[in-house]
Write a protein that binds this ligand. Structure first.
Ligand code: DGI
Ligand code: FE
Ligand code: FE
Ligand code: FE
Length: 187
C-alpha cells in the first residue's frame, strides 16, 4: 500500500483534527527514520495507521478485546490505552498489512514497553513531539530526538508518568517497564 492509498483508507475513520495530527506524526516519523536509517516504508505505514482506531466507540473496542486473543488485562486500564492494541489486531484483516514490526509499533505507541525497536521508538516519539503538541518541556524532547532516540524517549516517558501521577491515574505496567529499561540503558 503506498502513502496515498494508505491515507485514503485512513481518512474516513478520523475527524479532520485527528487526521491532521496523523499527517504531522507521519512527517515527523519520516524525518526520524531518515536520521536513524530506519525502514521508510514501515515507518510510513505505522505512522499513518497508529491512531486508526482512536475515534471508534469504546464499546466496539471492548468487544474486539474480549473476542480476540488480545489480553483482557487491557480492560483493567483506561480505554485511551485500547486503540493501539485494537488497531494492531485489525491491521491484517482490515488493511492487509502483515508486518509484525509495523504491528508492534502501533500496538505500543501509547504505552511504550521494554526493549522497543527503533521503529517502535520513532512512532512513540513522533506521536509525542509532532509540531501540534504542547507539553511542558517538549522543546527539550524535540531537540534530544535528533541526538539520541533512547534519551528522547526516556524524557517523553518520564514526563508522561509524571503527568499521570499528577492526575492520580493508573499507570500501565508496560509504561513503567519502558521507563526502567531506558533508565538502565542510559546509565
Ligand atoms: O492517540 P494520541 O492522542 O495521539 O496519543 P497517545 O496514543 O499517546 O495517548 C492517548 C492517551 O493515553 C493520552 O491522553 C495519555 C494516555 N496515556 C498514556 N499512557 C498512559 C495513559 N493513560 C493512563 N491512564 N495510563 C498510562 O500508562
Ligand atoms: Fe494514539
Ligand atoms: Fe502517543
Ligand atoms: Fe497519535
Amino acid at each position: 500500500m503506498n502513502r496515498e492509498e494508505a491515507l485514503n483508507r485512513l481518512r474516513p475513520h478520523l475527524s479532520e483534527k485527528r487526521y491532521n495530527h496523523t499527517v504531522r506524526v507521519l512527517d515527523t516519523a519520516l524525518e526520524l527514520s531518515t536520521f536513524y536509517e530506519v525502514n521508510r516504508k514501515e515507518t510510513e505505514l505505522a505512522a499513518i495507521f497508529h491512531d486508526y482506531f482512536k475515534e471508534r466507540d469504546v464499546s466496539e473496542m471492548k468487544s474486539i478485546i474480549i473476542n480476540s486473543d488480545l489480553s483482557n488485562h487491557l480492560l483493567n486500564f483506561h480505554h485511551e490505552l485500547w486503540h493501539g492494541p485494537v488497531a494492531a489486531y485489525k491491521l491484517e484483516s482490515e488493511l492487509g498489512i502483515e508486518s509484525s514490526r509495523i504491528k508492534e509499533a502501533i500496538y505500543y505507541h501509547t504505552t511504550g514497553k521494554a526493549n522497543m525497536s527503533m521503529l517502535d521508538k520513532i512512532i512513540y516519539l513522533a506521536d509525542y513531539i509532532e509540531p501540534g503538541r504542547q507539553f511542558d518541556g517538549i522543546e527539550d524532547v524535540r531537540n534530544e530526538a535528533f541526538r539520541s532516540l533512547d534519551s528522547a524517549c526516556f524524557m517523553a516517558v518520564r514526563n508522561s508518568i509524571r503527568h499521570l501521577l499528577d492526575l492520580e491515574q493508573l499507570i500501565y505496567p508496560e509504561t513503567l517497564n519502558m521507563y526502567n529499561d531506558l533508565k538502565r540503558k542510559l546509565e
